[in-house]
Design a protein. Structure first.
Length: 127
């Protein structure tokens, strides 16, 4: 049973009690993690796992895209375009099961993660 596992209970409670900023960090951390898992799955010829993980990361970026405040300024449009590019490249990697495409886009995903972590630190520092 899912709820019987103490780790799953802890994770569920972490998500339920997290702030919006912390949820965003969880998403971008997950995007990096699951992209790396997908790349490993391709190298191990586990195409179903690669597919599942790449879809998971695409879903993360889709969620980031649909929850953006589009009225916040032109930088948000630029960020939206970055997310869209990442999602598109991951779709290509998934269709072709091409680890090279993942290698090309992973540094950008890591930059997005690092950017949000820096923004979170700056917000916490200013409070």
């Amino acid at each position: 049973m899912y709820a019987a596992n103490p780790y799953n209970i802890y994770k569920q409670n972490s998500v339920n009690t997290a702030s919006q900023e912390q949820l965003l960090l969880m998403l971008v951390d997950g995007a990096v993690k699951y992209t790396k898992i997908a790349k490993l799955a391709i190298s191990e010829k586990n195409m179903q796992k690669a597919h599942d993980e790449l879809v998971r990361v695409q879903d993360i970026f889709l969620e980031l895209m649909v929850t953006m405040d589009k009225d916040a300024g032109s930088y948000m449009n630029d960020l939206y375009n970055v997310y869209e590019f990442i999602k598109s490249e991951l779709a290509k990697a998934n269709i072709k099961k091409d680890a090279q495409i993942i290698d090309n886009v992973l540094p950008l995903i890591e930059e997005v993660r690092d950017m949000w972590h820096e923004a979170y630190k700056a917000i916490k520092k200013s409070k």
